[in-house]
Design a protein around this ligand. Structure first.
Ligand code: BES
Ligand code: ZN
Ligand code: ZN
Length: 475
């Protein structure tokens, strides 16, 4: 579907457009008068109208329109803006949010469907727009397009989305933007001594990749690489690290059948950081950004890494693999060590890391973990503003004991075998590799797929692309 704008009023449109009327109608209905159709949306007014309620309302309207096989919709921007009951949620904010959610709700992963697509919704026209309104609508559409790009990457089946294809898709997406992409293959990964990334990938016939994407929107820092450590300055980049496990069988600690079904989505974090850096570069933001994606397939074979194996990470720290299914933290460890060479002002890693994050939070928020309380507050607020909701879990020293190894420096799961605090254990493991910079971890496993009531298509959500863009623009 395309989103279009006009300065015309809704009454001036031709009858091919179905007008949206958000009213307190007792029920949603399509009404015809003099050949003009209006879709009356019943909308509860008992609850205050917030950005949260707006998101689900706009999405539900799109889903309703699709189910009614409506082809063209018209939205009155002034009526939309008037829904707001707060001073801060301005007309522009609401129009951006409208455009975003129209496109996010319309998305379906149809790449592998043959034959005609059954849903004919082709256009959403937003009326009564001035030039400023148009800019907000375009921004919303741009962001949503990149959320949907992240969904396409994640939704592509594991057989077609290998580390190699993820790398070439990253290159293709960066084309025409100022993002430079470098892809390291197995030999170069060996040279860097990324023993954890190599260990995870060794059971697969698909070789690992390490994808490096750089965007210098604020100008290249003078000492960008190399081993001379400079202090963080205004040109230091924000580094985004995304878990790129293109398929997670669990390895020799094989997942049960049901649990393995969605595991082609285990590169959702990687997909999100790829989409976010490209999105920001195309917006020409004056910031420096780096995205790092360690990509591997966690497979079962005669060459798989074993429970009990000890891996030497790029940092030099040794890790005892007590569970081959806790592979995300291993590949992230090497990427987080690599991040040091940028002298980053901030590092954010995004990963579908633990089922335990779902146990802790349910499906409505990703877990964030950081030892920096100011950062925790900022990220929670940006999550709320962006629609990619996040909620904190602690990384207190009391939890550190659970990362101790028996035969190596650290273990990838608690040696006690305890499952308590599993999401925190993942964060505490990563904390061993992030001591040199400001860092937060986003365990997005809860938001890998939509929750009931999200009004989103089955498959990947494309989170947290909207939040990452906010982070880029804020720090
Ligand atoms: N990719 C999974 C986590 C996951 C599970 C994400 C379900 C989304 C939905 C991760 O690699 C994993 O398997 N984690 C283990 C960790 C455990 C072995 C400590 C888990 O959650 O069971
Ligand atoms: Zn796993
Ligand atoms: Zn995984």
């Amino acid at each position: 579907m395309k989103i279009t704008t006009t300065s015309k009023s809704i009454t001036a449109l031709d009858p091919s457009f179905v007008r949206i009327a958000i009213r307190t109608a007792p029920y949603t209905r399509l009404q015809e008068k003099d050949g003009v159709y209006t879709l009356h949306i019943s909308h509860e007014t008992k609850e205050p109208f917030t950005l949260r309620t707006a998101r689900t309302l706009f999405r539900s309207i799109i889903r309703t329109a699709k189910s009614m096989k409506i082809e063209r919709l018209a939205w009155n921007s002034t009526e939309i803006a008037a829904l707001s009951t707060s001073d801060t949620d301005t007309r522009g904010v609401l129009l951006q949010l409208l455009a975003e959610n129209i496109l996010i709700a319309d998305y379906e992963f149809t790449h592998y469907k043959t034959g005609k697509i059954k849903h004919p919704l082709t256009e959403s026209l937003i009326t009564d727009c001035d030039a400023k309104d148009v800019a907000f609508v375009e921004r919303g559409a741009h962001i949503a397009t990149h959320v949907n790009i992240a969904r396409d990457l994640a939704n592509t089946p594991g057989g077609d989305m290998t580390p190699e294809t993820l790398a070439s898709r990253a290159k293709a997406l960066a084309k025409g933007s100022a993002v430079a992409v470098t892809v390291l293959g197995k030999k170069e990964i060996q040279k860097l001594q990324m023993g954890a990334l190599l260990g995870v990938s060794q059971g697969s016939t698909e070789e690992p990749r390490f994808i490096i994407m750089e965007y210098w929107g604020a100008g290249k820092p003078s000492i960008q690489k190399g081993h001379t450590r400079t202090a963080v300055n205004e040109k230091s980049p924000v580094v985004l690290v995304g878990k790129g496990v293109t398929f997670d069988t669990g390895g020799l600690n094989l997942k049960p059948s049901d649990a393995v079904l969605d595991m082609h989505l285990d590169m959702s974090g990687g997909g999100a950081v790829i989409a976010a850096i490209v999105c920001a570069a195309k917006l020409k933001v004056k910031k420096n950004i780096v995205a790092l994606i360690p990509a591997a397939e966690n497979m079962v074979s005669g060459e798989s890494y074993r429970p009990g194996d000890v891996l030497t990470t790029m940092s030099g720290k040794t890790v005892e693999v007590l569970n081959t299914d806790a592979e995300g933290r291993l590949i992230l460890a090497d990427a987080l060590t690599y991040a040091k060479r940028y002298t980053p002002k901030l590092v954010i890693d995004v990963a579908t890391l633990t089922g335990a994050a779902l146990v802790a939070l349910g499906q409505h928020a990703s877990a964030i973990m950081t030892k920096d309380t100011a950062l925790q507050t900022d990220l929670t607020r940006l999550g709320e503003e962006s629609g990619d909701y996040v909620w904190p879990l602690p990384l207190w020293n009391e939890y550190k004991q659970h990362t101790k190894g028996t035969f190596a420096d650290i273990a990838n799961i608690p040696s006690s075998g305890s499952r308590y605090g599993g999401a925190i254990n993942g964060g505490m493991f990563l904390a061993h590799f992030t001591e040199d910079y400001r860092w937060a971890h986003i365990d997005m496993a809860p938001r890998m797929t939509p929750a009931p009531g999200d009004h989103l298509a089955k498959g990947a959500t494309g989170e947290p692309v909207r939040l990452l863009l906010k982070i880029i623009e804020t720090f």
